[in-house]
Design a protein around this ligand. Structure first.
Ligand code: ADP
Ligand code: ZN
Length: 708
């Protein structure tokens, strides 16, 4: 094992509580440590942050500068780092300048390992920061640099100046957006030299995928409510295409008794912050949001993401659903889509200035929504990842669509379009004709007199919408986007109409079905699991909520769900065992350990386990983490003298070798001198000024040093 690897592993375990690196992380860390540039492309939750945070810690004196597009993101990351005991801070223009100055002073004094800032602020300070000892630059959300990406930020293009001003400092660019154009653009624009590239798999196998064609408003709301109740202690996001949609969804869910909040760009910054806060601290179960919400959301226990409307491209969609299940535990992504979404997105695409590209992207998104093959394969193939097998965790895999001969159905629809002139109606009117709806517009146009009026009354509106959608997908109809989105019959459609060709359709699956299995659980409140791991997991989550409130922290900054689940499996009974749990670093073990250990013990019906070996080790861990003897006594609920005697033992065993915080030089010398003078009388005279514990500690040190 190389020296770097050894040090990196020890930092990983001490500060993050993890035992091994994920594929590619160590290689990236080593590349940076050797001064090489790097590009990291991993999906959300893939573990990008460690790729620059560990190198930042490896550098003894330097500070790593992290460029981030959003203030919320900076705050989130610095808080998470500080909670792990890593000195980090942010400088940005939304913060008091006096505070910024003090952060900068601390950075100049070498007291900060990671300094987060915005691109504009960095560019402003670049000259001045030449005197900082910068270990590396990390450009987070690096796709923002590219006009090809979906989130272009002009400020990012100026970041090429970093290499001009700091030619010898390594730069690492990180993003969750993978397409080839953007990737190359990042490398060129940042002027990276022969960077180490980490391109991880974009698969997120823990996120189950589902899509439903055009469920009604009521079904959608019921579906979301069921999801929220299925995960009563966690939260989810309902994305809507418009502000109005977000408001309405929020109102509907609130009326159903859910704790829902709204988030969109039309709200005041204040109201938005309140929503964000409620979502992050778990007091809201659902946030109903436009795409304005989410970038950099680090909350690890988002269990589900529902899209009330179809997004305009797969990149955005994948990034949005990727916010679920960052902890690697099962999560759900559900897409509701309809033709009106397609039409709306089409309009956005046409007005976008990159028409061709965006319409192409929209087509791929639509194909995903209407897929009748494994959805994950479609997603991964979009990101150029070959996948030979079906995933088994999407609706198509779990419930392969049943097919039927849809020729007659298609003929009814085709005939209706032809009889209304062949170019005059869109999907909506077509369905109304087929279902025999005597709406005024239909009667006015005389469509109620054609032969196919009411010919499809046996099918519900949603079913027709789905089938016509399939027909469009299969090339029976085309949509004239340049002519009020009216339907046109294609040559294939003409052949079907004439009975020269048959058409196979997939049976419509209503949205409610997906949540049906849950119905009973919903009516009788959340399920109580019989599995003891799940039971304890649930209790630990409740403890986390309490601890978070008490400590004024967001719950997921205390521990992630993945960590709590591992804890529920391992059932640590003391701090030593707690440190074995994945995701428990030293700082958090000390700060929060007692609450969780108490919960585990309570669960097991155990009272405090007082075997001295474990107790001694516990004292050692606390001491190493910088906790003072009196605080240790308080945490462990034992007497200070017992802590001192533990410490004296640990010194005697050579487990503690720095004594400065335990006893001053003067105290030590006084005690040793008295002992050397007259050992028999020493205790008596010394105990007038010193506690027994301090005397024991001094003696232990003196023995280790061979003085006595
Ligand atoms: P990204 O920035 O790529 O979205 P993060 O860096 O936030 O992802 O990591 C996602 C989650 O995975 C975090 O909870 C993080 O602590 C965890 N994680 C990262 N690396 C490891 C590892 N080597 N072992 C275990 N968990 C890890
Ligand atoms: Zn699948």
């Amino acid at each position: 094992m190389s020296e770097i690897e050894q040090r990196a592993l020890s930092l990983l375990s001490r500060f993050y509580g993890y035992r091994s690196f994920r594929p590619g992380q160590l290689e990236t860390i080593e590349a940076l440590a050797s001064g090489r540039d790097a590009v990291v492309l991993l999906p959300t939750g893939g573990g990008k942050s460690l790729c620059f945070q560990i190198p930042a810690l490896l550098s003894e004196r330097g500070v790593a500068v992290v460029v981030s597009p959003l203030i919320a993101l900076m705050q989130d990351q610095t808080q998470a780092l500080v909670a792990n005991g890593i000195p980090a801070a942010a400088i940005h223009s939304n913060q008091d300048e006096g505070y910024n100055r003090s952060v900068l002073d601390a950075a100049f004094a070498g007291k900060i390992k990671l300094l987060y800032t915005s691109p504009e602020r960095l560019l402003m300070e670049l000259e001045h920061w030449k005197h900082l000892n910068i270990s590396l630059f990390a450009i987070d959300e690096a796709h923002c640099i590219s006009q090809w990406g979906h989130d272009f930020r002009p400020d990012y293009t100026q970041l090429s100046r970093i290499k001009e001003e700091f030619p010898s400092v390594p730069v690492i660019a990180l993003t969750a957006t993978a397409d080839k154009l953007t990737r190359d653009d990042i490398i060129t624009q940042l002027r990276l030299r022969d960077p180490f590239c980490l391109l991880g798999s974009f698969d997120r196998p823990n996120i189950s995928l589902r899509a439903y064609s055009n469920p009604g408003m009521k079904a959608r709301m019921q579906f979301i409510a069921n999801l929220a109740r299925k995960y009563p202690q966690d939260s989810g996001i309902a994305y809507c295409i418009s502000r109005d949609g977000a408001e309405k969804t929020c109102a509907a869910l609130s009326a159903m008794g859910l704790r829902a909040v709204c988030y969109h760009a039309g709200m005041s910054a204040d109201a938005r912050n309140r929503s964000m806060r409620a979502f992050l601290d778990g007091s809201a179960q659902v946030v109903c949001a436009t795409v304005a919400f989410g970038m950099g959301i680090d909350k690890s226990n988002i269990r589900w993401v529902v899209h009330n409307n179809m997004p305009g491209n797969i990149e955005s969609y994948y990034q949005e659903i990727g916010r679920a299940g960052r902890d690697g535990l099962p999560a759900e992504a559900v897409l509701f889509y309809s033709y009106s979404d397609v039409i709306m997105q089409r309009k956005f695409a046409e007005e976008s200035g990159r028409q061709g590209l965006n319409i192409e992207k929209l087509g791929r998104m639509q194909a995903y929504a209407e897929a009748r093959v494994c959805r994950r394969r479609i997603l991964l193939s979009y990101f150029s990842e070959e996948r030979a097998a079906d995933c088994g965790n999407c609706d198509i895999c779990r419930n392969p669509p049943s097919r039927f001969d849809g020729t007659i159905l298609a003929q009814k629809a085709l005939s209706a379009v032809m009889r209304t002139g062949g170019t005059n109606i869109g999907v909506f009117t077509l369905i109304n004709i087929l279902r025999g709806a005597r709406r005024s517009d239909i009667v006015r146009a005389g469509y109620h007199t054609i032969r196919t009026f009411g010919a499809g009354i046996d099918l519900r509106q949603e079913e027709w919408t789905d089938y016509i959608g399939q027909m469009i997908q299969l090339g029976v109809f085309e949509i004239a986007y340049d002519d009020a989105n009216h339907l046109r019959v294609t040559p294939l459609g003409m052949r079907i109409l004439k009975g020269e060709e048959k058409l196979t359709l997939s049976t419509y699956v209503p949205a409610q079905q997906g949540a049906k299995g849950r119905k009973r659980a919903v009516e009788s409140g959340p399920e109580i699991s019989a599995d003891p791991v799940q039971q304890l997991f649930g209790q630990l989550k409740a403890v986390r909520t309490d601890v978070a409130r008490k400590e004024g922290l967001l719950p997921y900054l205390v521990f992630s769900d993945a960590t709590l689940l591992d804890m529920a499996r391992q059932r640590p009974a003391d701090i030593d065992e707690l440190l074995q749990v994945s995701g428990v670093g030293e700082k958090k073990a000390v700060r929060f350990g007692k609450y969780f250990i108490a919960a585990v013990r309570k669960f097991e019906g155990l009272t405090a386990r007082q075997d001295t070996g474990a107790s001694l080790r516990e004292t050692l861990v606390l001491f190493n983490a910088g906790v003072s003897p009196s605080e240790i006594a308080e945490i462990k609920k034992i007497k200070l003298s017992t802590v001192h005697s533990h410490l004296a033992n640990l010194i005697a065993e050579g487990m503690i070798t720095t004594y400065g915080t335990l006893i001053s030089r003067k105290e030590y010398e006084t005690i040793v001198a008295a002992m050397q003078a007259d050992r028999a009388k020493a205790y008596e005279t010394l105990s007038e000024t010193f506690s027994r514990g301090i005397i024991d500690i001094a003696l232990a040190i003196a023995r280790v040093k061979g003085v006595l």
